[in-house]
Design a protein around this ligand. Structure first.
Ligand SMILES: C[S@@+](CC[C@H](N)C(=O)[O-])C[C@H]1O[C@@H](n2cnc3c(N)ncnc32)[C@H](O)[C@@H]1O
Length: 299
């Protein structure tokens, strides 16, 4: 019953007209402790100096007052600013942290944590450019706040099943996938298209069917990567979502920066939003698994 009430409230809430986006993505730092082979951030980041925490906190409070409800703290590597994460935890009703998992996040932060693991040890270390796999897997052991969030590219698309096994063996809550989005276009060597994309979709559908308890995807979401229609109605374009860089400059059209080729978008955000808009019930139920009520706060 509580799930139905939460669902109804959510539908009402996203339909509300507001003068400020409901979901905000913040690059809370202009620093990162990795240089990953596929990462948009190193290609697009224009922010240099980190802002003092007081400016962030004032901004967070102002945004919540104006209607922001959910914050994604990312970067760069957000765990380089642990005090800011702790302070943000006391401001946003909904919050999630997107991290590479090298640093642990205090257990006092009872929020969803998305950890980027991109493959089994050798592949992950190759993509991430450092020998960090064992450390990350050790850090997330049995942490139910965690969902693994691999980005599938031509480097790692063959390792979907291994990634699900890693999620299961590390005892995290689940795993969801994005596909690589390009700043170059369809000729980008990391971009999944043609037979490789078809194979990825087929493999994800198979692995999903065998691991529904842990794979946080739905057939509708997976299949939508085929025609990519969702990018036209992305919430970042319709002002439902907004992204700020580490100097609090708005990034357009989205977190991936100005030169992103939207037609190559494989981001889970518009994919998921599009399935919700089409009233795909499986995706609605999945939303509750992604963001269970125990990670929401009323202030
Ligand atoms: C930019 S990182 C920032 C947070 C953190 N440092 C981390 O590694 O998760 C956020 C996520 O974006 C993903 N990402 C980077 N470049 C991408 C691209 N071109 N297309 C899709 N996802 C990308 C990363 O793999 C990571 O999961």
């Amino acid at each position: 019953m509580s799930k139905i009430i939460r669902f109804a409230k959510f539908v009402k809430d996203i339909k509300k007209t507001r003068d400020f986006p409901r979901v905000v993505n913040y690059d809370i730092t202009s620093r990162c402790n990795l240089k990953c082979e596929h990462c948009y951030w190193h290609k697009t980041n224009e922010a240099h100096e980190d802002l003092p925490d007081e400016i962030w906190l004032k901004t967070f409070k102002d945004h919540v007052k104006r209607g922001a409800n959910a914050a994604y703290l990312t970067g760069g590597e957000p765990t380089l600013k642990p005090k800011l994460i702790e302070a943000a935890d006391k401001i946003f009703p909904e919050m999630a942290i997107v991290s590479n998992g090298i640093n642990q996040i205090s257990k006092s932060i009872q929020r969803r944590i998305m950890i980027s693991i991109d493959g089994p040890k050798e592949i992950h270390n190759k993509i991430r450019g450092l020998d960090i796999f064992d450390k990350v897997v050790g850090n997330i052991k049995n942490d139910k706040r965690v969902i693994l969030t691999p980005t599938l590219s031509t480097t790692n698309y063959k390792y979907i099943e291994d990634l699900v096994r890693i999620a299961r063996e590390s005892g995290v809550d689940g795993i969801t996938f994005s596909t690589y989005t390009s700043h170059q276009g369809i000729d980008d060597p990391y971009y999944l298209s043609g037979e490789k994309l078809d194979w990825t979709i087929k493999e994800l559908l198979r692995v999903y069917r065998e691991n529904k308890d842990i794979v946080f995807m739905t057939p509708k979401i997976i299949k939508s990567w085929r025609d990519k229609n969702y990018y036209r109605k992305c919430y970042f374009k319709s002002s439902g979502f907004v992204a700020y860089d580490a100097n609090l400059k708005i990034k357009k059209p989205c977190t991936l920066g100005a030169k992103v080729k939207c037609e190559t978008c494989g981001c889970i955000v518009p994919v998921f939003a599009s399935a919700l808009k089409k009233m795909d019930l499986k995706s609605w139920f999945l939303l509750d698994k992604f963001f269970p009520s125990e990670y929401s706060k009323n202030f």
